[in-house]
Write a protein that binds this ligand. Sequence first.
Ligand SMILES: [Fe+2]
Ligand SMILES: [Fe+2]
Length: 171
Amino acid sequence: MADTQSQDAIALLKEDHRKVEELFKEFESASGDGRKEKLAKQICLELSVHAQIEEEIFYPACEGVVDEDLLKESYVEHDAAKVLIAEIEAAGGESDEFFDAKVKVLSEEIEHHVEEEEKRETGVFSQARKGDLDMDALGEQLAARKQQLLEEFKARGVPTPELTTMGEVSV
Ligand SMILES: [Fe+2]
Ligand SMILES: [Fe+2]
């Protein structure tokens, strides 16, 4: 979809989910380390941008509308994914015997997280829909920030993720 087209916030976020699912599928069937590395890099880029726009714009807008515990879980799930993303970014394919396993586990974590967001009736998106949020305005904000971050990360690489909920221990 063209970036200029205006999109409802939830439609935009769901489209991101579908895109990443597609990339994970491609990764599974890809052969050759070069191809896998390239796909893994793209997955990390897409997920980093997606998590950041949700945390900067969408989740804060959901406060007071979406169940607090569910939102907290979402932040923690993002952080868990960020740890693997940082690992995958740093590992760089063939040299890491756990590379494929890390991408696989990341895909499983994301599958679970996406389910929590998209679950009918009780998911984050469903609950947000029932609230009084301006999804068109939010969609515009998300799209603009997404574009900005994509350009930034493509130019400078995906930065080391910042954890939002974890900091008690350093491992
Ligand atoms: Fe999401
Ligand atoms: Fe999320």
